[in-house]
Design a protein around this ligand. Structure first.
Ligand code: NAD
Length: 498
């Protein structure tokens, strides 16, 4: 059986004690096993990172940026291979896997401009003969802990900015689809990145705990589900680290009575069912405003859902593929049952979906619920599958209150032709990322990604200048260059510039 190893800066020949299974979700079989590391392995990786980091930090930012350009070229040259590998472990269709990689590359492009982002501030003449300037210095050795659902994009959100700002970075990817992160490590080396600046160590909770407690790690960036994000944040901060921890989501799409419903249905089917709903920026909740909107939307959604093609991830015609594991499929189907038990109306049932020739694959058919209400647990919690829930609202205010009061606050979208309503909505909704007639409002790389409430713990977002802030420390220098001779008496009071 194929074995997936760590990507380290040193020779590690100890036999792994534990392994994790990596499935082919299209067929339900174990296709590889991944070596799971322990605290001793982490120690050695951190040591190697510390050894490599000072010289990398001392490399001028333009040279660091050049590695990003070369890396981007290499990823593009290997796009087909990477997309197939990603798709074979995750289950997302090839075009979507390419999108996953491409969105990551956009952050690599942003990191190519790092000399500009690292310029400090300068004040000449802040006092008599005194200048003040600031510089951004790398935090040292940082770690990224990433989820299964974007095995290329999220590791690149973190690593591109961390590395370009002069840090050494260790990636602990999801143990469910670990191959692409390892390939990215190989391509970074090929692009000229020194050994030890990007390493990959596989593991589960045991490794995550070792990371959080390790005194040699200055910063941890985490993306995953909320309970674990909260745990990672608390434990990492208690150990004195800088931590950002992004969590789960339950994004709403508000449909105003004046919206273009055909466009909304197109957008919704892609955003709710694309990648089998396994996106933190999926739109699993739709909120039509007014009875007429709800009736018309439902009428159009049913045939659009019936037309969806669920297939193996290499099927170029398929809209989406299987979910990641049998366990996840069971969890999604359990949520469907819970919603039924809670009294939601099951309009389209995706359970029991079977694909001929792939009967053991982890497929879930598209599912639609109507008359979902905010008190239902299936509404309050994240399902993370191809399940769309319709919550009817009578007014704009009622619709606005739904995402605002929800425990998650990652993304939200409003569909309308009314600029005033859209403007009001964007200003008042208690959610971190807003789309106006944009169903999946993932910000571009030079802006910044991050939700609110239980969708993110910590103060800084991913990528853009927020990412630069997370991966660097500001140092402020106050300097005076006397023109010779003694310059007055000792000062026993706090110096002021007055
Ligand atoms: P997950 O929380 O199960 O795993 C995330 C990481 O945590 C993995 O590397 C995993 O190995 C590790 N981990 C798992 N169990 C752990 C434990 N008990 N203690 C410590 N570490 C543990 O998440 P997932 O299922 O891989 O990914 C899906 C989740 O990620 C969804 O909730 C989704 O909304 C969320 N997500 C959020 C964002 C965002 O930016 N907000 C982006 C993508 C995914």
């Amino acid at each position: 059986m194929r074995e997936i190893s760590h990507k380290l800066a040193f020779v590690h020949d100890a036999m792994p004690v534990r392994y994790g299974d990596v499935f082919d979700p299209n067929n339900g079989v174990v296709q590889a096993r991944v070596a799971l590391g322990d605290a001793a392995l982490l120690d050695r990786a951190v040591e190697a990172a510390h050894k490599a980091q000072p010289a990398w930090a001392a490399t001028n930012p333009q040279r660091r940026a050049r590695v990003m350009f070369r890396f981007k070229d290499l990823v593009e040259q290997n796009m087909d291979e990477l997309a197939h590998l990603l798709s074979s472990e995750h289950g997302k269709v090839i075009a979507d896997a390419k999108g996953d990689i491409q969105r990551g590359l956009e952050v690599v492009e942003f990191a190519g401009g790092i000399p500009h982002a690292l310029k400090g501030e300068f004040t000449q003449g802040a006092g008599p003969g005194i200048d003040v300037f600031s510089m951004r210095q790398p935090v040292g050795v940082g770690v990224g802990i990433t989820p299964f659902n974007f095995p290329a994009m999220i590791p690149l959100w973190m690593s591109a900015v961390a590395i370009a700002t002069g840090n050494a970075f260790i990636l602990k990817p999801s143990e469910r689809d670990p191959s692409v992160p390892v390939r990215l490590g190989e391509l970074f080396l090929e692009a000229g990145l020194p050994e030890g600046i990007f390493q990959v160590i596989h593991g589960d909770k045991e490794m995550v705990d070792a990371i959080l407690d390790h005194p040699g790690i200055a910063a941890v960036s985490f993306v995953g589900s909320s309970d674990i994000a909260h745990y990672v944040y608390n434990r990492g901060v208690a150990a004195g680290k800088r931590v950002q921890a992004m969590g789960g989501a339950k994004n709403h799409g508000i449909v105003m009575p004046d919206a273009d419903l055909d466009q909304v249905v197109n957008d919704l089917t892609g955003a709710a069912f694309g990648s089998a709903g396994e996106r933190c920026m999926a739109l699993p909740v739709v909120v039509p405003v007014g009875e007429k909107t709800a009736v018309a939307l439902r009428e159009k959604l049913i045939p659009a859902i019936a037309a969806l093609r669920v297939g193996v991830s290499t099927d170029a015609e398929a809209h989406y593929g299987p979910v990641v594991t049998a366990q996840h499929k069971a969890k999604v189907e359990q949520w469907i049952q819970t919603a039924v038990d809670e009294g939601a109306e099951l309009v389209v049932d995706g359970r029991g979906f079977s694909l001929q020739g792939h009967e053991k694959g982890f497929f879930v058919g598209p599912t639609l619920f109507d008359h979902v209400t905010p008190d239902m647990s299936s509404y309050k919690e994240e399902i993370f599958g191809p399940v769309l829930q319709m919550v009817r609202a009578e007014s704009f205010e009622e619709a606005l209150a739904l995402p605002s009061k929800h425990q998650y606050g990652n993304g939200v979208a409003i569909f309308t032709r009314n600029g005033h309503a859209a403007r009001e909505f964007a200003a008042r909704v208690d959610v971190g990322m807003v789309g106006i007639n944009v169903p999946i409002p993932v910000p571009v790389a030079y802006h910044t990604f991050g939700g609110w409430k239980r969708s993110a713990f910590g103060d800084t977002n991913q990528h853009g200048m927020e990412g630069v802030k997370f991966w660097t420390k500001v140092k402020t220098v106050t300097q005076r260059w006397p023109d010779g001779g003694a310059s007055g008496d000792s000062a026993f009071v706090i110096p002021t510039m007055g």
